[in-house]
Design a protein around this ligand. Sequence first.
Ligand SMILES: [Zn+2]
Length: 64
Amino acid sequence: MAAPKCPSCRKAVALPPENKTFPFCSERCRTIDLGKWLGEEFRIPTKQVEEDEDGDGRPTPGDA
Ligand SMILES: [Zn+2]
């Protein structure tokens, strides 16, 4: 059986109940993953606004 890996740092993690932060290897990795997830939530509206402003079909300067 393959050991589960931390979704944040890809290190092998211990199983519960030994590991209270499963499936993460540590509290720190759990916080990092949560922050990443929230960061993407916040980035979605920003990206939509950029696409609306650039909706004239021309490529953004410096994007090519
Ligand atoms: Zn980790």
